[in-house]
Design a binder for this molecule. Structure first.
Ligand code: HEM
Length: 396
């Protein structure tokens, strides 16, 4: 089997599950060459991915969680970095600054508003009979929620979300400089936001971040901007891709769809977890070995890149029965779509509420889904999901 986990075209029809299956069976910690880079270990089994993600003492999140080392395209913030790329104890101190906004109780306080947003989003397309499900339905929710969280107009959330899509697209698939330009625009917006929220602080996360302290000092502007970029970025096309990929999975498994609809409220939580396992919107996170280590029988050297493939771990037959079947009532579904360990997805409670609200609204008000045109997938080896999914539907 030819293994290529880098070319965006290999992800142009969804995640490369054929390659993942081969790797798990034949070479679960596989040395992967990297044109222009030092190469990396591709980790494909659940147990190894889980162990690496939790062992921050051996596997660092710095200098980056992307396979390519930082370069001028998107890196280069001097000594500053996103929380996602820090290790404890520094990471712990930064995560603490926003943790309380993302606890389960805090996320549940937003439930009513999120359900209202879901009603509004579906209401805007319901009479059209056809739409691009990705842009017009699935993408709307996370961009609105992040806007509400940060205290921005909903329309601005939509614009910021478009920028994240560019940032997540492989540089090879974009016009030269487009990725850097998108990061730049995001920062310009963030800089205007700092001025606005300093002048008129409100009850929102942006104002709280500007007022809080780390190590007895306020955040510097660049630190605020990196938080802003992380939050807009992390919750945007991940949630969107789960919703679009999730609807696609239901369209492809009508028996499962029928099972879900027979008792939607009671069955939704289990179904949502299976859709998370099935779609695994985050393809990988990279770590860098801080010291020599043994992993799956291979000798990892200090400085080596170690890449955890969540989508592969989520189809590991050693962890899941019938991993290649969509089983919405899968018992004890311990998937790793949100990662684990110190960086485990901070937004997961909020994401679950967004997903449930949208699925409830979409599945009860719209029906008879069929693809109106072939799906176009995101040309990215980092984030997986449909980029465009034109669907026809009826009012339910
Ligand atoms: C279906 C939706 C989502 C998926 C699949 C997802 C997945 C992930 C994954 C895999 C990680 C890295 C975990 C690791 O390294 O172990 C992560 C981190 C993170 N996610 Fe999510 N995420 C989703 C939605 C969200 C939302 C809605 C938000 C916030 C609004 C969010 C905020 C974050 C943040 C801030 C981090 C970094 C945490 C840290 O470094 O400590 N995510 N997410």
């Amino acid at each position: 089997m030819q293994i290529d986990l880098l070319s965006p075209e290999r992800f142009a029809g969804g995640q490369p599950h054929d390659q993942f299956a081969w790797l798990r069976e034949h070479d679960p910690v596989h040395w992967h060459d990297e044109p222009g880079g030092r190469g990396f270990w591709a980790v494909s089994r659940f147990a190894d991915v889980w162990a690496v993600d939790r062992d921050f003492a051996t596997y660092s999140s710095g200098p980056t969680i992307l396979i390519a080392d930082p370069m001028s395209e998107s890196g280069g913030f001097g000594p500053y970095k996103m929380m996602l790329m820090m290790d404890p104890p520094e990471h712990t101190a930064f995560r603490k600054l926003i943790r309380s906004e993302f606890t389960q109780p805090a996320a549940h306080l937003r439930e009513g508003r999120i359900q209202a947003l879901a009603r509004q989003i579906v209401g805007a397309v319901i009479d059209k009979g056809e739409c691009d499900f990705v842009a017009e339905v699935a993408g709307e929710m996370p961009s609105f929620v992040i806007a509400e969280l940060m205290g921005l107009p909903l329309d601005d959330g939509r614009e910021l979300y478009k920028l994240t899509e560019t940032i997540h697209t492989a540089p090879e698939a974009l016009p030269p400089g487009a990725g850097a330009a998108a990061v730049q625009k995001m920062f310009e917006y963030g800089t205007r936001l700092i001025a606005e929220k300093r002048a008129r602080p409100a009850d929102d996360l942006a104002s709280k971040l500007l007022a809080c302290e780390v190590d007895g000092r306020r955040l510097e502007d660049v630190e605020f901007l990196l938080f802003f970029l992380l939050l807009v970025d992390a919750g945007g096309d991940t949630t969107r891709n789960l919703l679009s990929g999730g609807l696609l999975a239901l369209m492809e498994a009508p028996d499962q769809h029928r099972w879900l609809m027979a008792d939607l409220d009671a069955r939704l939580p289990a179904a949502r977890e299976e859709l998370l396992r099935w779609t695994s919107p985050v393809i990988y996170m990279r770590r860098t070995a801080r010291r020599d280590a043994e992993l799956g029988g291979k000798r990892v050297r200090e400085g080596d890149k170690v890449v955890m493939y969540f989508g592969s771990a989520n189809r590991d037959p050693e962890k899941f029965d019938r991993p290649d079947a969509l089983v919405l009532d899968r018992p004890a579904n311990e998937h790793i779509a949100f990662g684990t360990g110190p960086h485990g997805c901070l937004g997961q409670h909020l994401a679950r509420i967004e997903i449930d609200a949208m699925l409830r609204e979409v599945l009860t008000r719209m029906s008879g889904f069929e693809l109106a045109e072939p799906i176009e997938w995101l040309p990215s080896n980092f984030i997986s999901g449909p980029k465009r999914m034109p669907v026809r539907f009826r009012r339910a």
